[in-house]
Design a protein around this ligand. Structure first.
Ligand SMILES: Cc1ncc(COP(=O)(O)O)c(C=O)c1O
Length: 380
């Protein structure tokens, strides 16, 4: 297999991948060395210096710029959040919806995506679900849209089966029908190139602890700033366009910032933001296109070998419709998870099987170990 980057070199940056066969980056990535270095620097500064907040705030803007470039966006369209759920809730509650309006979701999508919108039922919003099918594109939604449809919210890549849905096609439909479009990119960022200009969504929502290698506790929201009618539900000093200089709240001047800062409240997770900066540098050095191609090659190899063992995939097989890095094997989690873990193989139980998900460090040897363990057990 012709690798698209120096996998053995990158593997050395993930020491945790030495002790187990880690095939669970869809749950959480092990920490790469550059991220540890950034966190160590933060801790050292916090420990040794009194209040280096200004330096950290400057680095926050540097990271915001880097993240914006990474998704072909403008930095003033990015708000930092705690995680995906917070970003989705901010988005759901910013929509100017009224009783009787409807919002479309996909059945069985990630619960953090679903709850943010199901909660709108309390405001009289009609939240509807379309079936989860192997392919989801504009046609899947078209017949469900009526004159009261105001928004569609969905995941780009599904966590439980590795579908990769056609968000550019759905984005086109939403623009045509003037429908707000919210996409959860938690499972795709860092793995699939994301270009906000091509997607044409209203909001993109994500955490950073999978394809972006940051420990849990940081997420972000991308917002189409042309949508100035979308206002924040929560407000803090940083969210208003003209924060009071004397630090006394001015109730006569509470217009939200024109930038995505309108959706930010209070202090940031400064340590994690600096970790994110380092993580994006690492990804950019390799190139997200190279990461995507490498995972597809590993995935092709995995599928070939699963075919030989007679094990089916739960999700789609074709590169067009599957995520590069998530493969759910039709093996009963109850029977298999404990066994695989006894073989030092880390993966996740999902609704319909065992989920294998790749990280930058995975190689063919990891696949060999997985498939040898499975085939050994099948022969027993
Ligand atoms: C599609 C998707 N959305 C969201 C999440 C997580 O949400 P949060 O970042 O709020 O923990 C996950 C996985 O953890 C996910 O796979």
């Amino acid at each position: 297999m012709q690798n698209t980057y120096n996998v053995s070199g990158i593997r050395k940056l993930f020491p945790a991948a030495k002790s187990v066969v880690y095939l669970d980056s869809g749950l959480q990535s092990p920490m790469p060395r550059p991220v540890k270095v950034a966190l160590d620097r933060y801790n050292k500064e916090a420990y040794e210096n009194a209040g280096p907040k200004l330096i950290w705030l400057n680095r926050t803007e540097q990271a915001r710029n880097k993240l914006a470039r990474f998704i072909n966006a403008s930095p003033d369209e990015i708000a930092f959040t705690k995680n995906t759920s917070e970003a989705l809730n901010i988005a759901a509650n910013a929509l100017p919806l009224k009783r009787g309006d409807n919002v479309l979701l996909i059945h069985g999508d990630h619960p953090n995506n679903a709850y943010a919108f199901l909660n709108l039922r309390r405001k009289g919003i009609d939240v509807r679900v379309i079936p989860m099918t192997e392919i989801i594109n504009s046609e899947s939604f078209l017949s469900e849209i009526d004159e009261n449809t105001r928004a569609i919210s969905m995941s780009h890549v599904t966590f439980h089966a590795g579908h990769k849905f056609d968000i550019e096609d759905i984005g086109r439909l939403c623009r045509e029908k003037n429908i707000y479009f919210i996409v959860d990119i938690m499972q795709s960022i860092g793995v699939v190139p994301i270009d906000v200009q091509k997607i044409g969504a209203t909001f993109l929502c994500s955490g950073t602890h999978k394809g972006l290698f940051v420990p849990q506790g940081l997420g972000f929201l991308w917002w189409d700033k042309k949508r100035q009618e979308l206002e924040p539900t929560y407000l803090a000093a940083a969210s208003v366009e003209h924060p009071s200089e004397d630090f006394i709240a001015n109730s006569n001047n509470m217009a939200p910032a024109k930038t995505a800062r309108r959706f930010e409240i209070g202090n940031y997770n400064l340590a994690a933001i600096q970790a994110l900066d380092a993580a994006i540098d690492l990804i950019n050095k390799i190139g997200v296109n190279n990461i995507e191609s490498y995972y597809y090659m590993l995935g092709d190899r995995l599928i070939e070998r699963l075919d030989c063992l007679g094990i089916s995939l739960v999700g789609p097989r074709s590169r067009q419709h599957r995520a590069p890095h998530i493969y759910v094997l039709q093996l009963q989690p109850k029977e298999w998870l404990e066994y695989l873990s006894s073989q030092q193989i880390r993966c996740s139980p999902e609704r319909d099987g065992i989920r294998i998900s790749f990280g930058l460090f995975n190689n063919e040897l990891d696949l060999d170990k997985l498939l040898e363990a499975i085939s050994h057990q099948m022969k027993r």
